[in-house]
Unconditional design. Structure first.
Length: 382
């Protein structure tokens, strides 16, 4: 019954998201096929096994996916929801699905949710559903509660679970994704193996004073790649960072906000207010030949150039011990975009492994990325 993995992605990147999940699924022996509607901002991957979606998601690490913003294991698409009572059939479906979940996972003695969301695709058409989704949320919540399917908060869930059973934990989030007023996917994701943002879309505000909108890419990258409790030690105030392709300074602004000193490398002009902080040195030169005299903690790069060149640069910096962590943006070509990211990953893997360095490397197409993906590499010490 839970045989479709629904994946949200950036509109226009459905083929990439599909190729990626198909590759990963076949590598672990879960067989199925993707279904793609171009520019719909979501795909489904249908598994041959009746409950294959949940099995697939149990075996994959959401953090390792590049093109997925969010995912959930869904039961078959609900079509023809009656306009007069959409809620009744939806609740029935959640109940049915829950029974399967228990059987599939074998270890849950309770099936209530503490986290749930009403969703729609991130397209103009999808956004037209937003008022409808807002409207249906309140009665849906009431019905879910009345049916004993919902616990209002995580705290309550923990309390209730203590009483009911030691085994129970509210591990799953419920997703109700509407494609129209009559069609919906109903499914679940593991809270600890999915995005904590609804539909994988972070609610970040353009900071006042940041010189470009690109600033949000670096902020989102940190949210995505670094647990917030580690920000203070891993984006350490007082230490130095290098920003390659820095102008006008949106990424530099983020680093300065964290209290870091920045060498900003770009031939273009930096925002005067940022230079006035006294924490930035503007180096007018070529990002591909520049190297710091002493190793620094952070390298960030938003250079507009070929992705393979940027991957070579990042591999070299890490292999030579020039930085500990890097966030870098890869501007993707028009075609073969998934393959291009894999090529770049292989280049970095080869160079850093050859240098005998332990590291972790991830890529993600962030919400604020356009025709690009963001990479993060961190040297592991000890
Ligand atoms: C997307 S913009 C960077 C925006 C910046 N991260 C921000 O938040 O304001 C790309 C920058 O890369 C710079 N760039 C491209 N090739 C470069 C190179 N070889 N050396 C230095 N900068 C380069 C461009 O001048 C441009 O300012």
């Amino acid at each position: 019954m839970l045989n479709s993995v629904i994946i949200y992605c950036r509109p226009g990147f459905e083929k990439e998201a599909a190729a990626e999940i198909t590759d990963l699924a076949s590598a672990i022996g879960v067989f199925g096929y993707p279904k793609v509607i171009e520019n719909s901002a979501w795909i489904s991957f249908v598994t041959h096994d009746e409950n294959g979606a949940l099995q697939l998601m149990e075996q994959l690490d959401f953090a390792s996916l590049i093109f997925a913003r969010q995912w959930f294991a869904a039961s078959p698409l609900m079509e023809n929801l009656p306009e007069k009572d959409r809620i009744g059939p939806l609740i029935e479906r959640v109940k049915e699905m829950e029974r399967v979940k228990e059987v599939a996972s074998g270890k849950f003695s309770d099936f209530r949710f503490s986290d749930w969301s009403v969703e729609y695709p991130d397209t103009n058409e999808g956004k037209e559903l937003s008022p409808f989704c807002r409207k249906i949320t309140v009665p849906l919540r009431q019905s879910l509660k009345r049916s004993g399917l919902l616990i209002s908060s995580v705290k309550n869930a923990e309390k209730a679970s203590e009483k009911l059973s030691n085994k129970f934990s509210s591990k799953f989030r419920l997703h109700l994704m509407f494609l129209s007023g009559r069609e919906a996917w109903v499914g679940i994701s593991r809270i600890d193996n999915s995005s904590s943002w609804v539909m994988g879309i972070p609610r970040l505000r353009q900071p006042k004073g940041a010189p470009s909108r690109a600033t949000l890419k670096l902020e989102e990258a940190w949210h995505c790649f670094i647990p917030e409790k580690e920000w203070a030690t891993r984006i350490p105030a007082g230490k130095r960072a290098i920003d390659l392709g820095a102008a006008p300074g949106g990424w530099t602004w983020q680093l300065v906000e964290q209290g870091m000193f920045v060498d900003a490398v770009d031939n273009g002009p930096m925002a005067p207010e940022l230079m006035a902080t006294g924490m930035v040195d503007h180096i007018q030169g070529d990002a591909f030949t520049y190297e710091p005299k002493k190793p620094v903690y952070w390298l960030v790069s938003d250079i507009a150039d070929k992705p393979a060149r940027v991957a070579d640069l990042v591999g070299r910096w890490i292999a030579k011990g020039l930085c500990r962590e890097a966030v870098f943006n890869l501007k993707l070509p028009m075609k073969q975009r998934y393959k291009e990211v894999l090529n770049c990953r292989n280049k970095i893997d080869a160079r850093v492994t050859e240098a005998g360095i332990r590291y972790e490397l991830r890529f993600r197409q962030l919400y604020h990325d356009r025709e690009e993906v963001t990479g993060h590499i961190r040297v592991l010490i000890g």
